[in-house]
Design a protein. Structure first.
Lengths: 312, 276
């Protein structure tokens, strides 16, 4: 099956600033992909490139089989976009707003109104958008992005302003769309909240794509240490720490807890040892590297070798 | 075309909702009615051409007011939506930028046309209801005045769009819009008058004056209505200028149409080159 989005060596300059530098990736159908990076890393510029609102300085962008900046609109009918901090005219009601966008996409407004219920705005549909809370505007933004059964959804920081329950509902909608073969690209400045939702992660830093892979692949690639936290009696822990001291770095958290850093492959050996020493150990915790650590690792990796690009 | 209509309809809907339509209509109707009844004082009760007087006074008012209203509505059309972030979303839809400009233009002109026709129409209806006899010629002059008023409004809406498409931010757009109003409505005629007085007919020929008058949509409108056919010219005191000006109504209307089409085309061009 053909890819939904393909970027090939895309660079985009704004004056002297390179907002996007030599970025290539493809997005297949039926995948939820997270685009992660700091503010100013180039996420929004990438979205605008895919929407055809800015043209690449170099390289080529193809979305749903066409060049989005060419002025052909067939692809845009199958594309949903939620801009960062979406805004609407406050004088119109939620229904009127959605009806307007539905007409632009050639969909009948009556069908579009079902989407308001789907995002939990059914009760507020007849209220003016000016009276909506930020979360409600965000949900109205999501409803308009879902118009016209999109094959590609570009969501820029979609979950800001949503409380955890709404966020859950939001991801459920995305999973349904994905199951229907749609591609979802959502950007975020934090990796943590995307765990379990995105199959693939693209990490951007200063306009460059520094990582591209599933979370497991990125973990393997980063080779970040696993931390083993052992709780026990003070004396036993001392001898245990001494045993390991030469091999793995360890650190006393407090009188009863010691933390050992080890690579994923030797994790089991260290655990065996911890349990086998006969020391009075009351608890063992294994802490895999967090997503924030993983994210920080890829950012650091690029800082060290500005030209280097890590790929999975 | 469908897209243009959808955007125009939303513009009208917003105008209705935020009371622009209501406020403009009431303002124009109020002024028109006031002028109608105050303005008929000099002609007295026997004035058989009451409507002609209304045409003169209303069109003088229109020259000041309609361009201002048009620029107020239009200067925000593009740059305002860009600043509010709604333009980014709109352009992610299957919508061309030319369609956005044309749709917004048509919507705003429709709002202005409604206000003008209803507001000024009220004056004519009031005169008729008051038992004033109005002949066909006056009625035609009045209808021409209403139609050309809409066209004048459209020209300034188009100018407002051009400002809006080029301005960096809303504040700049508002400032430039006010400047355009001052220039065309007040300063241009003063300058022209000064030029004619200083020149004493040595350099500025009648033909050149024609061109200079056409270079201002407000002057084209003024000539069209005040120097127009029948009795209106007599009341307006513009008959002298009308006699010397070799321009028929069609030339003046064409000038107004060009003053609409050219700025609008330039606005669409500027907007399509702009990056968000």
């Amino acid at each position: 099956m053909t890819v939904t989005v393909a970027l090939e060596r895309v660079t985009r300059r704004f004056g002297p600033v390179e907002a996007v530098r030599d970025v290539s990736f493809t997005l297949p159908p039926g995948e939820i992909v997270a685009l992660v990076g700091h503010n100013g890393a180039g996420k929004t510029t990438l979205m605008k490139l895919m929407l055809g609102l800015v043209r690449p300085s170099e390289g080529a962008v193809r979305v749903l089989g066409e060049d989005p900046a060419a002025g052909e609109f067939a692809a845009r009918r199958r594309l949903g976009f939620l801009p960062e901090s979406v805004s609407f005219n406050g004088a119109l009601t939620g229904r009127e707003t959605l009806a307007f966008y539905a007409r632009l996409k050639g969909e009948t407004p009556a069908r579009a109104f079902a989407l308001l219920d789907r995002v939990g705005l059914g009760a507020a549909a007849l209220r003016r958008v000016g009276t909506y809370s930020k979360g409600m505007r965000q949900r109205l933004g999501l409803a308009q992005a879902l118009l016209g059964a999109p094959r590609l959804l570009l969501l820029d920081e979609p979950t800001t302003g949503l409380d955890p329950a709404l966020r859950q509902g939001f991801y459920e909608i995305l999973q349904e769309l994905r199951a229907g073969g749609a591609t979802v690209l959502l950007s975020s400045h934090a990796l943590t909240e995307l765990e379990g939702e995105a199959e693939r992660v693209l990490i951007m830093n200063r306009g460059r794509l520094v990582a591209n892979g599933s979370l497991e692949e990125l973990r393997r690639l980063a080779r970040l240490p696993v931390r083993i936290r052992v709780t026990g009696e003070a004396q036993g822990l001392d001898t245990f720490a001494q045993h390991l001291g030469g091999i793995h770095p360890s650190r006393r958290v407090n009188g009863h807890v010691v933390e050992i850093e080890t690579e994923a492959e030797t994790k089991i050996a260290v655990l065996r040892r911890a349990l086998g020493e006969g020391a009075a150990i009351s608890d063992v915790d294994v802490l895999p590297p967090t997503l924030d650590e993983l994210y920080a690792h890829f950012l650091r990796a690029q800082e060290r070798s500005p030209s280097g690009e890590e790929r999975a | 075309m469908r897209t243009v209509c959808v955007i125009a309809a939303k513009e009208i809907q917003e105008g209705l909702r935020n009371r622009w339509v209501l406020a403009t209509t009431l303002l124009l109707a109020g002024l028109a009615l006031t002028l109608t009844f105050l303005g008929s004082a000099p002609t007295g009760q026997v004035g058989v051409r009451a409507l002609d007087v209304v045409v003169v006074s209303l069109s003088s008012l229109t020259i000041f007011l309609l361009p201002l209203i048009a620029l107020l509505i239009a200067h925000d059309a593009i740059v305002g939506d860009m600043e509010r972030g709604t333009m980014l979303l709109l352009l992610s839809y299957p919508v061309g930028r030319g369609e956005v400009v044309l749709g917004k233009f048509l919507g705003q002109v429709a709002v202005l046309a409604f206000a003008t026709l209803v507001g000024y129409g009220a004056a004519a209806v009031a005169l008729l209801a008051g038992g004033t006899a109005i002949d066909g010629e006056s009625l035609a002059a009045f209808a021409a005045m209403m139609g050309s008023s809409v066209l004048l409004g459209a020209a300034f809406v188009a100018l407002g769009h051009l400002v809006s498409a080029r301005a960096r931010d809303r504040g700049t757009a508002a400032g430039v819009a006010v400047g355009i109003w001052l220039f065309f409505v007040l300063l241009y005629d003063m300058g022209l008058l000064g030029l004619l007085v200083a020149d004493r007919g040595r350099l500025v020929s009648a033909r050149m004056l024609d061109v200079l008058l056409l270079l201002n949509p407000a002057d084209a409108y003024r000539l069209f209505n005040l120097a127009g056919s029948g009795g209106v010219g007599r009341f307006s005191g513009m008959a002298g200028l009308a006699a010397s000006a070799g321009m028929g109504p069609s030339v003046l209307l064409a000038a107004l149409a060009l003053w609409t089409a050219v700025p609008l085309g330039l606005a669409a061009l500027s907007f399509s080159r702009r990056e968000l």
